[in-house]
Design a binder for this molecule. Structure first.
Ligand code: HEM
Ligand SMILES: N[C@@H](CC(=O)c1ccccc1NC=O)C(=O)O
Length: 272
């Protein structure tokens, strides 16, 4: 077996099909930027699914190893935006019309990562009505607990007061924050040494979300410099839509607890 056989390079390297007529030099960059992102999304999914299973089996250290790898992949994905940022508005406008109404909305792997991390949006499954295998993958993930859901179940098994409505619920629904969960994290963050592995896992999850937000931010800023405030090919408002995504959080109580710790028991003396 050769290098090319093992890696199936004939398939991989013949999968770039620029559409612009006359051909445009920069379309290959656009295609490869997306394809490499999709390859990394594939590995992120593989690692996150495994991390979720390890949480279910109470194998926290092994799960953390998976998350550490995901964080490095995210850093690569975020760094990669600088390659696409070399695409100027003039260059992009040479082939944008050939993309028609296709858009990142239709990335099944991206949506799968969002679902696994807990951003459940049932309506996004319908995007894949005409691609039944992909629709099935997403429908299955929609109905399964997210990484955060299984982490909260693990905390309940460890004896923390995580309410029943959190550990046993309709997983297809978006997660809603609970004060009881915030109190659990308050306990953990008030005495890290007493709950070290849990504390470490919480911080890994925050890193993961932080990295995800950095990817979103670089997407937004790259899009802004290439198409400004033009609406997206997928029918959204474009950068306004992308900016709103930055307000979303996968792990609400892990962010809320920071305010609690920062303020401690000190009463605030009026807002300014
Ligand atoms: C010139 C480059 C790019 C532009 C102008 C652009 C623009 C946009 C816009 C405007 C949207 C909102 C949906 C729409 O109305 O189309 C969007 C969504 C999206 N884009 Fe891009 N994008 C670019 C490159 C990329 C790349 C390289 C990726 C990597 C895979 C990507 C992944 C996504 C994803 C996953 C979404 C859905 C986000 C969500 O639903 O929150 N985009 N993009
Ligand atoms: N939404 C982009 C088009 C775009 O970026 C795109 C088009 C086809 C396949 C992937 C894409 N990437 C991310 O949205 C635009 O409005 O120009």
């Amino acid at each position: 077996m050769s290098y090319a056989d093992y890696l199936d390079l004939r398939t991989l390297l013949s999968a770039q099909h620029p559409l612009a007529q006359p051909p445009q030099h920069d379309e290959l960059l656009f295609i490869i930027q997306h394809q490499t992102s999709e390859l990394w999304f594939k590995l992120v999914l593989h690692e996150l699914r495994s991390a979720r299973e390890l949480f279910e089996r109470d194998e926290l250290q092994a799960a953390l190893k998976r998350l550490a790898r995901v964080k490095h992949i995210q850093a690569t994905l975020t760094g990669q935006w600088s390659v696409l940022a070399t695409l100027t508005p003039s260059e992009y406008s040479q082939f944008r019309e050939f993309l028609a109404t296709s858009s990142g909305f239709q990335s099944v792997q991206y949506r799968a990562v969002e679902f696994l991390l807990g951003n459940k949006k049932a309506e996004m499954v319908r995007v894949f009505d005409r691609e039944p295998e992909w629709r099935a993958v997403l429908a299955e993930l929609l109905d399964q607990p997210s990484l955060y859901d299984v982490f909260l179940q693990l905390l309940a098994r460890r004896g923390f007061a995580v309410p029943r409505e959190v550990t046993d619920r309709d997983w297809s629904q978006p997660y809603t924050p609970h004060d009881e969960v915030l109190q659990v994290f308050r306990q953990v963050y008030a005495d890290p040494a007493a709950h070290w592995d849990i504390y470490e896992t919480c911080e890994e999850l925050v890193d993961l979300e932080d990295n995800f937000q950095q990817w979103r931010f670089r997407h937004l800023k790259t899009v802004e410099r290439i198409i400004g405030t033009a609406p997206g090919t997928g029918g959204s408002s474009g950068v306004t839509f992308l900016r709103r995504a930055l307000d979303q959080t996968f792990f609400p109580e892990l962010y809320a607890v920071r305010g609690v710790i920062a303020t401690g028991s000190v009463e605030r003396s009026g807002e300014r």
